[in-house]
Design a protein around this ligand. Structure first.
Ligand SMILES: C[S@@+](CC[C@H](N)C(=O)[O-])C[C@H]1O[C@@H](n2cnc3c(N)ncnc32)[C@H](O)[C@@H]1O
Length: 286
């Protein structure tokens, strides 16, 4: 069973009114969507976005019982303002972004997100997109690859890994890349040596950091004055973008410092271990 990360904390920040519209920008397995529907019942309505069609299909069935209170749209959250306009939503009382990949995406070998599962080097969240991880791995030159691993994975052995890849390619399988990462990075510490390389490729395939910045612009365009944004991120590159944005005088921070899950949640849910939550109120008049 998929457990939504830091759901009680997120709901405490978000569901302070009973009426209006909320947006869940990252529906995934629908855990937070369901929590939002419960926390804003019976009047609150929820617009749920995800760019992964399989995710939306599953959640559409799972949460069908909520009827018109829930509207689900397959769309990138950077287009939140357009979707809201087309759905006749005047503005949001609260918005949630739970960033990164879902457990379902990670656990489905054929999606290619996991270095532990044999599958194609794919990593697309939106399968309508053409660019895959294999394209990047096989078509970038050695320096471009090294830069990707360094900037988006903070991988210190980026150049060694890029060199091994260029000599071995074409690569088509997750396990081939994982093996090269083990060779280049070596096994030490608690995290798997391929973690950073896979993170880097995933961020680039899905253009996640630019997407987050554009998504925050869209949130600013659609939140009502006094509306709230909660962002849960899973690595420092994402968290830095959110932290910088919340420095603007238009945002009143609810969390002075980043909030981490409690010990109990971290023990029960390994995915929660790297989670960081920030919340703020939109005050465009400054
Ligand atoms: C961490 S999961 C969300 C899990 C969800 N909160 C739950 O409780 O099950 C993140 C989801 O966001 C989606 N996603 C990531 N970037 C996106 C974007 N730019 N636009 C829309 N969805 C995105 C992914 O496809 C993934 O399903």
């Amino acid at each position: 069973m998929h457990q939504p990360v830091m759901a009680p904390e997120a709901m405490a920040w978000l569901a302070t009114r009973g009426e209006g519209w909320w947006a869940d920008c990252t529906v995934g397995g629908g855990g937070h969507t369901e929590a939002l529907l419960q926390a804003t019942a019976p009047q609150g309505r929820v617009l749920g976005l995800d760019r992964d069609q399989e995710a939306l299909q599953r959640v559409r069935e799972k949460l069908a019982g909520h009827g018109e209170r829930l509207v689900l749209v397959q769309e990138d959250y950077r287009n939140l303002a357009d979707v809201a306009r087309n759905s006749g939503i005047p503005g949001f009382s609260g918005v949630l972004m739970d960033l990164g990949v879902s457990s379902f995406q990670l656990d489905t070998a054929t999606r290619g997100f996991s270095f532990l599962k044999p599958g194609p080097l794919d990593m697309r969240m939106d399968q309508r997109q053409a660019l895959t991880a294999a394209d990047i791995v096989n078509q970038s030159d050695e320096k471009e690859l090294a830069d990707i691993f360094y900037h988006y994975g903070e991988e210190r052995r980026s150049r060694q890994l890029a060199n091994l890849i260029v000599r071995r390619r074409p690569l088509t399988q997750t396990t081939e890349l994982a093996e090269l990462a083990v060779k280049a990075v070596g096994r030490s510490g608690r995290i798997h040596p391929a973690t950073r390389a896979f993170q880097a490729l995933r961020l680039v395939v899905n253009d996640e950091l630019t997407g987050l910045a554009r998504g925050l612009d869209a949130v600013q365009a659609t939140l009502q004055t006094g509306g709230r944004l909660v962002v849960i991120s899973f690595h420092s590159l994402e968290d830095r973008i959110v932290k910088e944005r919340f420095r603007s005088p238009q945002w009143e921070r609810l969390t002075k410092h980043v909030v981490r899950p409690d010990e109990k949640e971290m023990r029960a849910n390994p995915r929660a271990r790297s989670a960081r939550l920030r919340a703020a109120v939109w005050r465009p008049e400054g």
